[in-house]
Design a protein around this ligand. Structure first.
Ligand code: DGL
Length: 362
């Protein structure tokens, strides 16, 4: 009898010994402090409301305040200490330089605090890629900054906003997201602010990085990165807007068949310091515009060649004599992003050669 009790006691000790490390791991996981994540709200569909559960177009954007967005996802409390601020409450087609500057300064102020581990920005999808890229160039910190939106209002069946917000907080609280620049999180996919674009007017998987692909994927609470951004961003960026109250005016003119100089001349007359041309093909420009470009250049207006096609490089000196006209090739930035880089470049210089180097670095 004693032998049998001793054997049973020994077996119990053995299994207790096995469980001890697991218990230690569980305890370690349980005692690891949750990340402090600040959610800055600007409006958009993620805060939108429709008149029925089936309406996904034509609803009212920018209705729900940030505390309402947080309350709609109680699971956030399990993964982070979240708190919110309402920076703006607009449909993002109405985004302004003023909101951009307010947002950038608040992000930099918050990230400078050791009490903030990451930031999530809720935003309309129409100009989400622009705000994300602007922040990618002016945020002076390597902590995660994640921009998130939704394609369906919170009132719709299978609204995507709550899960997108949850994943964005997971990402902002992850060590893997640090140092990768501003990230865009929708539909379980992680894209780089520099590369991503809204590619469909209504589909849930509208955000793509054409020709380049996503950076990573989130499933449940698991963050997986497969690529790194290669161009300069955030703490490696030379651009600083902390003391600015406005940004240089840069307009975009569109290229198409039978084009004429009217819109280009109007932009110059309106005071544009820079112009981005959304050209055909490899940044090609209709002959009718060439005299207008020469006139704009004589007035010191800086001119960047981009392309309307959506992906690929606009090659310097490829389809246009950039050296002769003093124009700049926009690399693979789409027109709306080339505009942002040109705006920030013009704060530092109006020299085309210097700005061309910036388009090759950022
Ligand atoms: N009004 C658009 C915007 O705020 C709706 C698109 C969206 O947020 O998904 O960008």
């Amino acid at each position: 009898m004693n032998n049998r009790l001793f054997s049973l006691f020994t077996i119990c000790l053995f299994f207790l010994g096995l469980l001890q490390p697991l218990a230690t791991v569980d305890a370690a996981a349980a005692t690891k402090p949750l990340p402090n994540i600040k959610i800055l709200a600007t409006g958009g569909t993620i805060a939108g409301a429709g008149t029925s559960h089936t309406q996904t177009v034509g609803y009212t954007a920018a209705v729900t305040a940030v505390d309402g967005l947080i309350a709609a996802v109680p699971e956030l409390q399990n993964i982070a200490n979240v708190s919110g601020e309402q920076v703006a409450q607009i449909a993002s087609e109405d985004m302004t330089d003023e909101v951009w500057l307010k947002l950038a300064k608040r992000v930099n102020e918050l990230l400078a605090s050791p009490l903030v581990d990451g930031i999530v920005i809720t935003h309309g999808t129409d100009t989400l890629e622009e705000t994300a890229y602007f922040l990618n160039l002016v945020v002076k910190n390597d902590k995660p900054v994640v921009v998130v939106g939704a394609m369906r209002p919170a009132t719709s069946i299978s609204a995507d906003g709550p899960m997108n917000l949850y994943r964005a907080v997971v990402l902002a609280g992850s060590a893997e997201a640090a140092g990768k620049g501003v990230l865009v999180m929708l539909n379980d996919q992680i894209n780089a602010a520099r590369d991503v674009s809204k590619t469909d007017t209504a589909s849930l998987d509208t955000f793509k990085s054409p020709g380049l692909g996503l950076l990573g994927i989130i499933q449940n609470e698991q963050v997986a990165f497969y690529r790194q951004p290669t161009r300069r961003h955030t703490s490696a960026s030379e651009f600083d807007v902390q003391q600015l109250s406005e940004l240089p005016r840069v307009d975009i003119v569109y290229g198409y068949a039978n084009n004429n100089r009217t819109m280009l001349d109007a932009a110059v007359k309106a005071g544009a310091k820079g112009i981005v041309h959304a050209g055909t093909g490899n940044g090609s420009i209709h002959t009718n515009l060439k005299p207008a470009i020469e006139a704009a250049r004589r007035q010191g207006v800086v001119f960047v060649r981009s392309s309307r096609v959506g992906s690929g490089i606009v090659l310097r000196g490829g389809e246009f004599d950039d050296d002769s006209y003093g124009t700049i090739a926009g690399d693979n930035l789409n027109p709306q992003k080339a505009r942002i880089l040109l705006m920030l470049a013009l704060i530092r210089t109006s020299d085309p050669a210097e700005i061309q180097q910036l388009f090759w670095k950022y």
